[in-house]
Design a protein around this ligand. Structure first.
Ligand SMILES: [Cu+2]
Ligand SMILES: [Zn+2]
Length: 206
């Protein structure tokens, strides 16, 4: 009887281990290589799910100095040269455009990217209007999402895109599976081995 109780306990441990692996596999980080119309990668965006929201970290080069509109767009597709395939701004809550719009903003609206005289920029912003985890605000909905950088500044009020001009860089937001699995996979494996050892010990030596 005790043997079976212990066996069931071991099964629960295995189940938990596999369950935790599955939860982590959803991914808490994502990445978007930013390409121009010629297909050159001129930047990289990293998305990290944090308790207070998603941290978006962007590094880019080769842009014109000054302010550039930067948004999360609704469709995970970057077809050059115009990137219109990325669709409108990510807007699951059905708002209007602009951080300064009383009827806004879109979930995908972000403060402008400021590019230096050398054409490069480092950008960091945390938004609680999107998530990497499943749900209504998830960037990983059926058709995915993109990060788009525009030729001009976003005026943060004109619907639907803030008059920010052409789409110059586009990146499909992709979950970082390998990175998000690495440590949890080790933990899962350790738990599995421990559980298996318990089972073998119980069955053979008790
Ligand atoms: Cu945009
Ligand atoms: Zn918008």
């Amino acid at each position: 009887m005790r043997k079976y109780l212990c066996f069931m306990l071991a099964l629960v441990v295995v189940g938990l281990a596999m369950g935790s692996g599955a939860i982590w596999a959803v991914g808490k980080r994502a990445v978007a290589p930013l390409r121009n119309a010629e297909g050159q990668v001129l930047g990289m965006a990293i998305f990290t799910q944090e308790p207070q929201g998603v941290r978006i970290s962007v590094t880019v080069k080769g842009l014109s100095p000054g302010e550039h509109g930067i948004h999360i767009h609704a469709v995970g597709k970057c077809e050059p040269p115009d990137f219109l395939s990325a669709g409108p701004h990510f807007n699951p809550t059905n708002k209007k455009h602009g951080l300064n719009n009383l009827e806004g903003p879109h979930a995908g609206d972000l403060p402008n990217l400021v590019v230096g005289e050398d054409g490069s920029a480092v950008y960091e912003h945390v938004t609680d209007r999107v998530t990497l985890t499943p749900g209504e605000l998830s960037l990983f909905d059926e058709d995915g999402s993109t990060l788009v950088i525009h030729a001009g500044p976003d005026d943060q009020i004109t619907d639907p895109a803030g008059n920010s001009g052409a789409r110059v860089l586009c990146g499909v937001i992709t979950p970082m599976k390998a990175a998000s699995l690495k440590i949890p996979a080790m933990v899962t494996t350790a738990l599995l081995i421990a559980a298996a050892a318990v089972v073998v010990w119980l069955l053979l030596f008790r």
